[in-house]
Write a protein that binds this ligand. Structure first.
Ligand code: ATP
Ligand code: MG
Length: 256
């Protein structure tokens, strides 16, 4: 087990508990998807792992060590990178410069060059367009750049918050392919939050359904994909129907 959350309780405002005792784990090399309705606490789970929010109770074990409440930079140093929701590339800088920013803490120039070469080997798109400004990339291409930038710190694990958000179906597919390649080609462990449950589950090994700050269902992704409870309880409709394509599944707004 690379990452384990044990009874994690967290919130933003005094007296308002958002995570009410979350238990989940991600094995080394696994791609785990976290789904659930709006406001369930999915992004909050990622924030507690990356150190942006300190849990008030519980443990977050990374490689057996409790990292709960550690500063974000120290968590990054331990090998957990996060690809945020929306865009975080610097639009006025080139792809090359953006990638170097990902490794700004790394003083060893040879190592930096080695990692850069690895990223270019893996993502031809970034290599070919390395001198263009990041702002000229499409939304999906910018996500690939963000993945490349995360790889520059040589992480053991990457957290993704809704990587397909705002992308058209073709771009979303490219981003999901990129995440799957990341897992299979580099062995990096992935925890991904995804609104597009069907596409998210399709590339994942295992998944959790979060509702009202607790994990309610857990299982192999392909099992959850066909679980009527997932459709019924959390997605307001079937996520697996004959002839249905991944991109037709729209998340359902739910008041919490
Ligand atoms: N910065 C904040 N300050 C106060 N409350 C917050 C903050 N961020 C989130 N919350 C509250 O915490 C709860 C969980 O939010 P969170 O963003 O984790 O949900 P989510 O599952 O990621 O939802 P979505 O699918 O809409 O992204 C919500 O009730 C939300 O209003
Ligand atoms: Mg969220």
């Amino acid at each position: 087990m690379l990452l384990e959350l044990k009874n994690v309780v967290a919130g933003y405002l005094r007296g308002v508990t958002v995570l009410r005792g979350v238990n989940l784990h991600v094995n080394a090399g696994e791609l785990v998807c976290l789904i659930g309705p709006n406001g369930a606490g999915k992004s909050t789970v990622l924030r507690t792992v990356s150190g942006l929010l300190a849990p008030s109770q519980g443990e977050i074990l990374f490689d057996g060590q409790n990292i709960a409440g550690l500063r974000p930079d120290l968590i990054l140093q331990r090998g957990i990178a996060q690809v945020m929701q929306g865009h975080s590339a610097f639009p006025a800088m080139t792809i090359h410069e953006n990638l170097l920013m990902g490794a700004y803490t790394l003083k060893d120039k040879t190592e930096r060059a080695r990692r850069l070469a690895q990223v270019y080997d893996m993502f031809d798109l970034l290599k070919v367009r390395q001198h263009s400004k990041a702002g000229n990339l499409s939304g999906g291409q910018q996500k690939v750049l963000e993945v490349g930038r995360a790889l520059m710190i040589n992480p053991r694990m990457i957290l993704f918050d809704e990587p397909s958000l705002g992308l058209d179906p073709k771009m979303a597919r490219m981003v999901f392919d990129t995440i799957k390649r990341l897992q299979t080609e580099t062995g990096i462990t992935v925890l991904m939050v995804e609104q597009n449950a069907k596409s998210g589950l399709a590339i994942s090994d295992r998944a959790y359904v979060l509702e009202l700050g607790r994990e309610r269902l857990e299982g192999p992704a392909n099992q959850l994909l066909n679980d009527p409870r997932v459709a019924q309880l959390y997605l307001g409709g079937s996520i697996m129907q004959e002839g249905d394509t991944a991109d037709e599944l729209e998340p359902v707004e739910e008041a919490v």
